[in-house]
Design a protein around this ligand. Structure first.
Ligand code: FAD
Length: 401
């Protein structure tokens, strides 16, 4: 985009990476995205291309075969990719969260074993907190792990795993009572297990079933699944970090960086909607002139572009805060909340600008219209973001009277 969503202060390397990704998006993703999405087809060729570009290892340290880039670089790449097709950014996002959790919290053996494979895109990550009975309220998790010798036996049902079928490594959050007596706070009795599995559907490992793809209104192409554990045996050395009871904190850390990426996705989808809207508005004529010349439509474009700019600035701020080593829960929550709400609004305005044609599957905006709502839900709903923001604000601005 010529003028909007520019980022000041990028290094030459960051600019080079972004240019490469943008060219890939324009050439390899945008021309095929809508057709693949309508067929709900996994974009294997695109994923292979991203692997070749090294995007699966973008934030993995160089010593493990990755590119060792910052969260900001990663988020800006996600923004570009989502501009092309949001589902593709979903394919790398859960992989990225699992790699981040391993980098931050894994034992040395876990890092040495998993990170090089993840950087090469051979091992592909998914993460699993949600269950059929809960999403926002993670502390209510009922799936359980019970120690049995050198192993844990896992039972329970998980819901909404992005990349549940295509992944080969799932970070699964369950309750583990071992070492945590009755009455321990719920978030202190949870453990993340690193569960390796075959890709695909059905029984992908003894005791582990991925039933099939959930049929969704949008965000197609990427598979979203359930996961059923029935006597699943996991060795003790696959407890993330080697110690039980830390899973909740590890997952929340992962989700915090994930939120920056959902914000980045919102920015990317909104940018594409703006591009489609501003282009259509100059081609469609009513009452003797291009609709872009009617002030009502110009005002819409002005509002859309302002939202694209504001969301981008907040997303970049949240990523930079994390990169500086500071906690960014407030900024990430604000960025995710604003970018997803603005994305929905910009997409709706672009849809309105298209008139009746926006309702036709021949136009790209129809796909964006079905994709935007997912960003209001994933990595914590708007209400949950506001709860996080509100709590932090009350801590920061404690009444001193
Ligand atoms: C396409 C898709 C992909 C997903 N991928 C993953 C994944 O890879 N891994 C994973 O673990 N999960 C994933 N999820 C699950 C997602 O994180 C949850 O759907 C989300 O957290 C909301 O949980 P819920 O659906 O159970 O809604 P609920 O928690 O039941 O909430 C329902 C409504 O109540 C509101 N609400 C809840 N509690 C409060 C409160 N205290 N105050 C005010 N309002 C409240 C919510 O904001 C929402 O509007 C995915 C979901 C979708 C749709």
């Amino acid at each position: 985009m010529a003028r909007l969503a520019q980022t000041a202060g990028l290094t030459d390397v960051q600019q080079e990476i972004l240019k490469t990704v943008r060219e890939f998006v324009d050439k390899e993703i945008i021309p095929v995205a809508t057709e693949l999405e309508h067929r709900d087809e996994y974009p294997q060729q695109i994923v292979d291309g991203l692997k070749e570009l090294g995007l699966f290892g973008l934030m993995i340290p160089e010593e493990y075969g990755g590119l060792g880039e910052s969260l900001l670089t990663y988020a800006l790449c996600v923004e570009e990719i989502a501009r092309g097709w949001m589902s593709v950014s979903g394919i790398i996002n859960t992989h990225f969260i699992v790699a981040y959790m391993l980098k931050q919290h894994g034992t040395q053996e876990q890092k040495d074993y998993f990170l090089p494979r993840m950087a090469a895109g051979e091992t592909r990550g998914a993460f699993s907190m949600s269950e059929p009975g809960l999403g926002s309220d993670v502390s209510a998790i009922t799936s359980k792990a019970v120690k049995d010798g050198d192993e844990y036996v896992l039972n329970g049902q998980k819901m909404w795993l992005t990349n549940g079928g295509t992944s080969t490594l799932v970070a699964v959050l369950v309750r583990s009572d071992e070492g945590h007596p009755e009455g321990t706070a719920p978030h202190k009795s949870m453990t993340t297990f690193l569960v390796e599995k075959e890709p695909g559907f059905g029984e992908v490992r003894p005791g582990l079933t991925i039933p099939g793809k959930i049929d969704k209104m949008g965000y197609k192409g990427v598979d979203t699944t359930e996961l059923i554990m029935d006597g699943l045996r996991i060795p003790a050395n696959r407890v993330l970090g080697g110690v039980t009871g830390r899973g909740f904190y590890q997952m929340m850390d992962g989700v915090e960086v994930g939120r920056v990426n959902v914000a980045a996705r919102g920015c990317g989808v909104a940018q594409r909607a703006f591009e489609l809207g501003v282009s259509y508005a100059q081609q469609r004529h009513t009452f003797g002139k291009a609709i872009a010349q009617h002030q009502a439509i110009q005002f819409k474009l002005a509002e859309m572009a302002t939202k694209v700019e504001a969301a981008h600035a907040m997303m970049v701020n949240a990523a930079r805060k994390k990169d500086s080593g500071e906690r960014n829960d407030l900024e990430a929550g604000m960025a995710k909340y604003l970018a997803s709400e603005y994305c929905k609004e910009v997409v709706e305005d672009a849809f309105r600008i298209h008139g009746g044609y926006g309702f036709s599957k021949e136009y790209e905006i129809e796909r964006l219209y079905r994709e935007a709502p997912m960003l209001l839900i994933g990595e914590g709903t708007a209400e949950i973001q506001k709860m996080i923001i509100g709590r932090r604000l009350l801590e920061e601005y404690r009444f001193q009277g």
